[in-house]
Design a protein around this ligand. Sequence first.
Ligand SMILES: [Zn+2]
Length: 340
Amino acid sequence: MRHYKLTLKEISCPVCHCTEVHILYSVTSEEAVYHVFKDVEDQRFLQLKSHIETLWQRQTCDVVRCVNCRFCFAYPYVAADKRFYELVYSRSFYAGWKWEYQITYEILYDMVIHSNQKNLKLLEIGSGDGAFVKKVSPELIPKENVLCTEYSNYGRSGINRYGITCLSKDIREINSIEYKGNFDVICMFQVLEHMNGIDALFEHLNWLTRKQATLFIAVPNFKQREFYDINGVLEDIPPMHIGRWNKRCFETIAKRHGWIVAKYEIQPQGFVSKAIRFVLFRYECNYTLVKQIRRIRVRPIRRLLKAMWLSLCVLASLPAINALGSSKLGVSQWVHLRKV
Ligand SMILES: [Zn+2]
């Protein structure tokens, strides 16, 4: 069981602009690298560590929670940049079809097939390997009506080969006049938690979209992340994840920028997959120990120690696993915003 620090600090919340936060926990640059890149022997480990310290201008970063809207964010509130993602995602590990893709696809299907909204224009921000747009286009939306952004070369080249334009740009840099008021639908799946400059982002989304546009956002489920935190598994590690959203945060930011929350859902998830995920994350989260095990050269000994540590993790996780039966602890939360 882990306890938050809960030290009170005066920092402005990016979502509701309240100026009081509690510090939940702190992360070192080495922990931050290890979280996204486990191979400590790889020279990119040190490159990433140095790059993160440049981003933070220090060696540690706090994660704080607004006392008003309970938005959790990194302080310094700095997002990972293109260089960071190039180092991290030189290999591809995309998850395929996801829950948030399916519920969004069903709404788009309804808009196009049942409500006869033909010729929609769609923008997906942070498209990964294009799993979502390849399903939606050309079935529901012509390829020439879809625009994607993606930093990873692997993901971007695959989407471009498929015939959909994919740019390696921050969405706030897409300001060519042809895109002003252009889009009916914007999708941001597992992207918003990586971004800072939230007001500038929503101002730009307003610039990019037509009246009554639709915005679909999926981010990690804050309830699951809180559960993980207090059970010793930190998953929201800056500069990768710098914002932990909840329904109230979405309502606050939507209202300020002229949107409404049309629908909000938490991912339903089976108990077994939740339990396996939790144990594996718990295994990895003892950073110092797992690092030492990985460095052991003699394979049978390394495997034996891995098995012993995994067994201990399973045993230590049993009390927490019991609580994972709750329907509120699925991986993701999803929100459907409508421009008013
Ligand atoms: Zn707030």
